[in-house]
Design a binder for this molecule. Sequence first.
Ligand SMILES: Cc1cc2nc3c(=O)[nH]c(=O)nc-3n(C[C@H](O)[C@H](O)[C@H](O)COP(=O)(O)OP(=O)(O)OC[C@H]3O[C@@H](n4cnc5c(N)ncnc54)[C@H](O)[C@@H]3O)c2cc1C
Length: 385
Amino acid sequence: MTIARTCDVAIAGGGIVGAACALACAQRGLRVTLVERDTWGSGATAAGMGHIVVMDDSEAQFALTRYSQQLWHRLAPTLSVTAEYEQRGTLWIAADSEEMAEAERKFAWLSARSVPCQILSARELYAAEPNLAPGLAGGLLVPEDGVVYPPTVALELSRRAKQLGAELILGSGVRALGEGSLHLEDGSEIRAEWVVNALGAESARVTPNLPVRKRKGHLVITDRYPGYVNHQLVELGYLKSAHSSTADSVAFNVQPRRTGQLLIGSSRQFDAEHSGVDRAILSAMLARAALYMPGIYELSAIRVWTGFRAATPDKLPLIGPDSGDPSRLLATGHEGLGITTSLATAELIAAHITNQRSPIAKEPYLPTRYAPAGHALAHDSTHSI
Ligand SMILES: Cc1cc2nc3c(=O)[nH]c(=O)nc-3n(C[C@H](O)[C@H](O)[C@H](O)COP(=O)(O)OP(=O)(O)OC[C@H]3O[C@@H](n4cnc5c(N)ncnc54)[C@H](O)[C@@H]3O)c2cc1C
């Protein structure tokens, strides 16, 4: 075996999380090496919707998503136009009075935490989104949420890290990682004071016994229909329809892109390892979308794809030192919120490495909340997009 390089921080995985970690560490003057097997942002980062969203299912999920959203607000003006960042706002749609009560609850919860938001009556809902199906009750508008094209951002963040001296290695698979080393598939080794597993849905392949499972999702992108949808639209029934932790599920979730295209989601499946399109779940997803937006069947779809989220039992990511090997840091398990929470994750990782004060409480995300090995994947009740 040859020792090819040494550095302070060696990061496995050039998705949005690994790229953000590389930049945050390089900005603190650390010598960073970032290793990606395929291309920058080619995993879940390329498959994701790019909805930057504040979530309220738990205080921990809120803290991470809100802090990260604020980091996105700072980053956005510096991104190139191809990153397609737009502050579209999320419109949570209430189908009936029960969901309207949920909109009110969400409004009170977010308002108490200083997140701007606004209840919309049915009339206001249709004024905002005329292509919605008739008969809906209203909604909740959260205007500071945004939309971005994640693979471009991953590329930009990794390039910025390189400008600050980071070494970027493309086309090398990481075979093993720990005890101050990244072992690459070509037999070389990178020695570092800290090694970071940012391999997303593949993270458990390289660090065995991680409580991370693949959760497959489908998305459809349409031709260009500028103005057809104005906000990121998500059904409030999402929490009922899309988040059964065991069964396959679909929910209405539509995003307007700067190009005028619409991204239509979403689906969730455990134990679906094959990346091919599942026609049954795709049909169910589109039928759900048509329930909220009947005209959707008239639009031309130009591509369908799938991707894998990295799901943890409590739907919070694993950020920080691994039990059993304190030099090995985990930055994985972001499920359906990893675009949103990538920037906050990077700040937590960089703060840990440089022994700085954590920008938000780090405890809820520490991997040590799980037993070091052999834990079963339990299910719980918190949610993510
Ligand atoms: C359908 C879908 C919709 C989503 N929508 C949203 C959304 O709207 N908002 C949101 O916030 N999040 C969303 N997500 C989640 C988000 O995409 C992910 O949480 C995020 O991309 C995770 O980034 P990552 O860098 O951890 O993982 P990845 O992007 O998967 O990056 C891991 C990288 O590691 C590389 N790799 C793998 N194995 C190796 C190896 N052995 N050696 C070297 N490199 C390796 C891969 O090629 C990949 O580039 C969605 C996900 C899906 C699937």
